[in-house]
Design a protein around this ligand. Structure first.
Ligand code: AMP
Ligand code: MG
Length: 420
């Protein structure tokens, strides 16, 4: 059907009906990944996305060193793996940060964790496993000593020339620490993407303002801004926009001038109060989908000027679930993250599902870990308006279209901890 044939005031409009997989595939194939980069100090790099591979120019550790506080010993060949008491003269002391002098065969040096193994030494004994003589000049050991005990060899962790962090990695604390461990002080990361948002609905009131009959507080504004911030986006928030074509077009134009992505909630159905669709179509291009999923049937995707556009449904659970399933991987790919897809695990249901339903359902569940394997309990109210279900839940169980099953069925599970 061409755009001209569509009657926006009519609820019977034919829209493409897509599976969640088809919608996600289409979205991900349309992503333009950010190309601009910037240099950031390690402290500024947390959760930023690496724009180049990082190589190590050094070995870590850069020298053989002691894994223990104890004694480095230059064992004579006849002292290796023998039982009985052995005595070693202490001829040196090597704290971390200093280098000791070479050890003569049959001698020992007091050594501390991280200190370089002196030349000539071939093993380290823990201080708990030996006894120092009363005059402090020698140690006595009573267990067989083998070569290379408690010695961390050069390059044990990282070898010169290896890639330690790959382009497209979203930097976690351990990644930043690893960069520091090879002496890298700054990282080249992709620029943050800028996401412009607004919220449609004449009924929306800001928390803190008085609520009149028929009005509701705007919770989506807080969900969406928090979700985007958590993903590391820069957010431009225009707030509530009235259900009016002119106001919707203005808001889109303002955001299209400098955002990589525009996101809205509500107004993507095809009632005459839903103006997002005609506004995006007027200024750019739009695909309005009915997705075979619950919650969150309508989803709009398109482009206004140079900005991508994603219109999420208005019901608060639908907003969050469609954000997590569709917008999250889209945004992560846009940010340059290599592993942008949502991860699922498997859980066993603690409930039956008797009535087959044509749409794929994403059910809010809480995991019961009192037995192995863990099982998923259903929140009793699964309406797309019941935001408490998202707070109660540990995750979403994915129920395939047209399925029925009994308790114990193993299904895909999206952990909210993993997604949020
Ligand atoms: P719509 O998609 O605009 O038809 O909205 C669907 C439902 O979601 C309606 O009950 C709206 O009142 C509700 N809704 C829309 N936007 C918001 C919002 N920002 N916060 C909370 N509820 C909303
Ligand atoms: Mg509305």
């Amino acid at each position: 059907m061409s755009k001209q044939e569509i009657d926006y005031s009519c609820d019977q409009v034919q829209q493409p009906m897509l599976s969640t997989d088809e919608a996600l595939k289409f979205l991900l194939n349309s992503v333009s990944t950010v190309t601009k980069t910037q240099t950031k100090s390690l402290d500024e790099s947390l959760y930023r996305v690496l724009a180049q591979d990082i190589y190590s120019t050094i070995n870590v550790p850069g020298f053989d060193n002691s894994a223990m506080d104890g004694y480095a010993i230059a064992l004579k060949p006849e002292q290796i793996n023998v039982s009985g008491v052995l005595n070693f003269k202490i001829t040196g002391r090597i704290p971390a940060g200093s280098t000791g002098s070479a050890l003569a065969s049959g001698c020992a040096a007091r050594i501390f964790t991280g200190a370089p193994i002196p030349q000539g030494a071939n093993t380290v004994i823990m201080q708990e496993e030996c006894k120092v003589s009363d005059n402090g000049n020698s140690i006595e050991t009573w267990r067989p000593l083998s070569l290379n005990d408690n010695i961390r060899p050069l390059g044990n962790d990282i070898q010169t020339g290896t890639i330690i962090l790959k382009k497209g990695k979203q930097l976690k604390p351990q990644d930043i620490a690893l960069a520091a461990s090879v002496g890298v002080a700054e990282l080249e990361v992709f620029k943050k993407i800028k996401v412009g948002v607004f919220f449609t609905g004449n009924e929306l009131i800001e928390p803190g303002d008085p609520l009149n009959n028929g009005e509701i507080f705007n919770s989506n504004r807080y969900a969406l801004v928090a979700l985007l911030t958590q993903l590391g986006c820069e957010v431009v928030n225009l707030g509530n926009i009235k259900d009016d074509l002119g106001a919707t077009c203005n808001a889109l134009e303002v955001l299209a001038s400098d955002c990589d992505l525009i996101m809205t909630t509500g107004g993507v159905s095809v009632g005459e109060e839903d103006h997002v669709k005609p506004a995006v179509e007027k200024l750019g291009q739009l695909n309005l989908w009915r997705i075979k999923m619950k919650p969150g049937k309508p989803l709009a995707f398109g482009r206004v000027g140079n900005s991508a556009f994603i219109g999420l449904p208005g019901n608060p659970v639908s907003t969050m679930v469609t954000f997590l399933l569709f917008a999250r991987p889209f945004i992560k790919k846009m940010q340059g993250i290599s592993h942008y897809k949502n991860q699922t695990t498997q859980v066993q249901t603690n409930f039956d599902w008797h009535r087959p339903r044509p749409r794929r359902e994403f059910i809010r569940v809480r995991l019961d870990h009192t037995a192995i394997p863990a099982s998923a309990n259903l929140y009793p109210k699964q309406g797309s308006d019941v935001l408490s279900s998202m707070v109660w839940a540990d995750g979403l169980v994915e129920i395939p279209e047209n399925s029925t099953f009994s308790k114990g069925k193993v299904l895909n599970y999206y952990s909210l901890n993993g997604l949020l």
